[in-house]
Design a protein around this ligand. Structure first.
Ligand code: ATP
Ligand code: MG
Length: 449
């Protein structure tokens, strides 16, 4: 039940869309169909010549048996031809027969004649004419001898009147059918989409796929282009708050021995590793920790551009022994940054080198926290190689984009080096989605702590 509600919350657009399509189709069909009106008459069949009780009884039996065959006569040319002539219809008897029917209600000596026509008045006229003709034909056919009157008497007990409303279409019924049809199709389409969609949508998906807790859900921040690092302003308070939550949850991972060197990885490019690493560094710095952000993405460096720093010197310069750490360290707001430096031909070897390990060891003694940004885990081994020096690894997943199998593949390399993967960050969550219920208690516009 909860699964169904969660699916509806995600896929309501498809369901509503198909319900609207169903309603429109029903309205279209209703518009297109020419209305058809049904007029009806009632005839009563009696047998003459009942003088005694016995005769009366057998007469009743006779007429109730007999009456059963009369409806079959109603659409015969014998009955219809006179009607066509009388009303001047431009129809053959066979064509008119399609719109004329009759039935005998069980255990009665009544005949009901029905006539369908696009005109309510004509339907009634045809019904009345057909009924009169039927009565005459029946009496004529049941005449036993030419010189005697027919023992059967058929009288019209209820004449047809022009009906007010058409028999078909019934707009309300069509709309209900359209609505239900659309709903069923919509739910089926939603279930199909859901079954084919293996992307990570919420924290439960992460737990289910790789058995890791989600340390924070980061909403999409449309202003990240102009203001990528969380500040002290209340703008985008929920977004900024999510990185503080990440910081807090990291400190709970091992309270006696909180991780100092934290590596941020993800399966694919564009998941948000660099933005997460930079803002984690910022929030750690805000809590009073001396923090350095190290860019270990030596393939497609982006930190320099992201933070408006000089990318010319950095990790590769230090590892190559061309500069000291202090010479390549730049400052951004409250934390320090070491960008990648010039892109080397062999990033994996460089990150697996003794010199790189020594550099991180150095930083570990100088700073309270070292945050490492890395390239995608699925593409290259760099992040897994770097994970060896980290106390904790966090995996960034992009909501609704990272696939379950990509997340699993991202873990393979990390597990191979026995990395301490402590949890995930669900990035680019829609603010309106269920993943955000934990912020519901906040008054609108409330300041972040
Ligand atoms: N929470 C967010 N809200 C808005 N934009 C975001 C968010 N997270 C990431 N982005 C945007 O997505 C893009 C990719 O982010 P980022 O560079 O951090 O990803 P990455 O995982 O480091 O990618 P790469 O593997 O290529 O280095 C950037 O333009 C970034 O601004
Ligand atoms: Mg990056």
């Amino acid at each position: 039940m909860l699964d169904l509600l969660a699916m509806l919350a995600r896929r309501w657009r498809i369901v509503i869309g198909l319900v609207v399509v169903g309603l429109l189709a029903a309205a279209g069909v209703t518009q297109q169909v020419t209305p058809s009106y049904r007029a009806s008459t009632q005839l009563f069949v009696a047998l003459d010549s009942a003088d005694s009780a016995i005769e009366l009884n057998s007469a009743a039996n006779f007429s109730s048996q007999r009456v059963k065959s009369y409806p079959d006569l109603v659409d015969s040319p014998l009955v219809l031809e006179p009607t066509i002539a009388e009303l001047g219809l431009e129809l053959t008897a066979a064509e008119l027969a399609e719109d004329v029917s009759a039935e005998v209600p069980p255990n009665t000596v009544l005949i009901q004649v029905f006539v369908d026509n696009a005109s309510p008045v004509l339907a009634a006229d045809i019904a009345n004419s057909v009924s009169t003709n039927l009565a005459a034909i029946v009496e004529e056919l049941d005449k036993t001898r030419e010189d005697r009157a027919s023992p059967v008497r058929v009288s019209v007990t209820r004449e047809a009147i022009a009906p007010d409303s058409p028999r078909t279409p019934i707009p309300l019924l069509n709309l209900i059918v359209g609505l239900l049809g659309g709903l069923v199709l919509g739910l089926a389409a939603a279930a199909l989409r859901e079954a084919l969609d293996t992307s990570i949508k919420d924290e439960g998906d992460i737990q289910e796929t790789i058995g890791l807790p989600t340390l924070a859900s980061v909403p999409t921040n449309s202003e990240v282009g102009s203001d990528p690092i969380l500040g002290h302003s209340p703008a985008n308070a929920v977004w900024a708050e999510s990185y503080r939550k990440l910081r807090t949850n990291l400190s709970y991972v091992d309270p006696d021995n909180p991780p100092k060197v934290i590596l941020v990885g993800s399966a694919l490019p564009g998941d948000g590793k660099s933005l997460t690493a930079a803002n984690l560094a910022a929030s750690l710095a805000q809590s009073g920790k001396r923090t350095v952000l190290v860019e270990a993405d030596l393939r497609r460096p982006s930190i320099g551009k992201l933070l408006g720093l000089v990318p010319d010197v950095g990790v590769t310069t230090v590892v190559a022994g061309k500069a000291a750490i202090s010479e390549v360290t730049q400052s951004c707001d409250e934390f320090d940054v070491i960008t990648s430096g010039p892109v080397p031909p062999n990033p994996s070897e460089l990150l697996g080198s003794q010199a790189f390990r020594a550099m991180i060891q150095d930083l570990r003694s100088t700073y309270d926290s070292v945050v490492i940004d890395t390239p995608p885990l699925i593409a290259v081994t760099d992040a897994a190689v770097t994970a060896v020096v980290a106390d904790a690894v966090i995996l960034v997943c992009r909501a609704k984009r990272t696939k379950r199998n990509e997340l699993r593949r991202a873990l393979f390399g990390l597990r191979a080096v026995d990395a301490n993967i402590v949890g995930a960050v669900l990035n680019q969550v829609a603010l309106s989605s269920g993943a955000y219920y934990q912020y519901d208690y906040r008054a609108p516009g409330a300041k972040a702590r």
